[in-house]
Ligand binder design. Structure first.
Ligand code: PLP
Length: 396
């Protein structure tokens, strides 16, 4: 790659990672990304759990093109009746329980979480927020307040007051939830913490405690929603329904989106005292809503979600016995592969990249690397990926 192009990229585009991947992207299709030299990569992270239906799914591209010919932005969310927004709201309601029938489309996962917590404060008229150790909910001030990576937060204090953290999977720590608690915000399955699943005991105790104390339960499924774990929504594994659900990432089929979903009754509180309880200019942009609606239709009409657990198991079994791997934690097609050290993770990820397989880090779990391939990946492709990863590990 031309050095001048890299220098321009590093100089003119804001960076937060001191050593970015620098893949110079030419095009992407299905599970593949091509760089400008023609090298093909198998995208085993799907843009960090975004491209669940693969890159540029034809139905998403078609929906975008059709909407482009009708209208772009016309008004802030919730003012005008716009076909793509209405269709998306109906479509989301069709795959969610009746208590989660009203969706508000925003721009990103972090905005969805901030708005969900605002909604909980508005509904309960309380101020106390409970979140989880190890949580990641986004990078803006509000979401950072209920995120639990102290190293990454310290430089940006003061953040929101009145936030307490409980231990994930520790029923005893639920004592912190009281009649003063507006909400508990929790990833249904923790992602950035290195893929930690809740025990059934914990998640049911959490639901019961929230109900008992009148605190709203918010499940953040920005990362684990939209089929990633083998169900449309991860909470379906546990028989527990949140009061508010947040979505993002894969919902947009490759376009930027977030959503918070609640009952109509709760959502309606944002219309008064004060009016305009959450405002977003571009939330629910018609082109993005059209893409999201098409993406949801793809997830509903293919067997990809139904095959996710089987495919995840296949990849896990193919990788399992390598002596360099200490542990594999997995939910559907979302993997945390635990290695013996940060250095080994670095080598595996770097060398996989050279071999054309893109894996990625966790922000807070440096001894593991992530795999979250598109759900449309075939068995053959999974076998190819496993062969390359094992070859890279053999050479360590
Ligand atoms: C669980 C979870 N919540 C929220 C977010 C923030 O989403 P966004 O980056 O779209 O703001 C992320 C992003 O990785 C996430 O994994």
């Amino acid at each position: 790659m031309e050095q001048q192009r890299i220098d321009t990229f590093l100089q003119l585009q804001g960076q937060t990672n001191p050593s970015p991947y620098l893949i110079d992207v030419e095009k992407a299709e299905g599970i593949y990304i091509w760089d400008k030299s023609g090298k093909r990569y198998m995208d085993m992270i799907a843009g960090v759990a975004v491209n669940n239906i693969g890159h540029r799914h034809p139905r998403v591209v078609k929906a975008i093109k059709e909407q482009l010919d009708k209208y772009l932005h016309v008004m802030v969310y919730g003012e005008y009746i716009q076909d793509p927004q209405l269709a998306l709201a109906e479509n989301l309601a069709s795959v969610l329980p009746a208590s989660l029938s009203c969706s508000y489309i925003v721009n990103s996962g972090t905005e969805a979480n901030e708005a969900a917590v605002k909604l909980a404060k508005r509904v309960t008229k309380r101020k106390h927020i409970v979140a989880c150790e190890g949580a990641y909910h986004g990078s803006t001030h509000g979401s950072l307040s209920f995120t639990n990576n102290e190293t990454k937060k310290a430089a940006f204090t003061p953040l929101l007051p009145n936030v307490d953290f409980i231990k994930f999977n520790d029923v005893a720590s639920l004592e912190v939830i009281t009649e003063a608690t507006a909400c508990v915000i929790i990833e249904t399955i923790q992602g950035d913490a290195g893929l930690i699943k809740p025990t059934k005991e914990f998640i049911h105790a959490l639901r019961n405690k929230c109900t008992e104390k009148g605190a709203l339960l918010i499940f953040d499924e920005v990362q684990v929603g939209m089929g990633r774990t083998g169900k449309m929504f991860a909470f379906e594994h546990y028989g527990v329904v949140p009061d508010i659900l947040t979505l993002g990432k894969a919902l947009g089929g490759g376009m930027p989106i977030g959503a918070f979903v609640a009952s109509h009754e709760m959502m309606h509180t944002l219309t008064h005292n004060p009016v305009l309880g959450h405002i977003t200019t571009f939330g629910g942009h018609p082109v993005i809503a059209a893409a999201a609606n098409a993406c949801l239709n793809v997830l509903k009409t293919t067997d990809w979600i139904a095959q996710t657990e089987r495919k995840g198991k296949l990849l896990q079994e193919l990788l399992l016995n390598h002596p360099k791997i200490k542990e594999i934690r997995r939910a559907g097609l979302f993997f945390a592969i635990e290695m013996e050290s940060v250095e080994v993770v670095q080598q595996v990820v770097d060398n996989c990249l050279k071999e054309g397989v893109i894996g990625f880090w966790f922000l807070s779990t440096p001894t593991a690397f992530r795999l979250s391939p598109p759900l449309c990946i075939t068995d053959e492709e999974l076998k190819n990926v496993a062969t390359i990863i094992l070859k890279v590990m053999d050479k360590l």
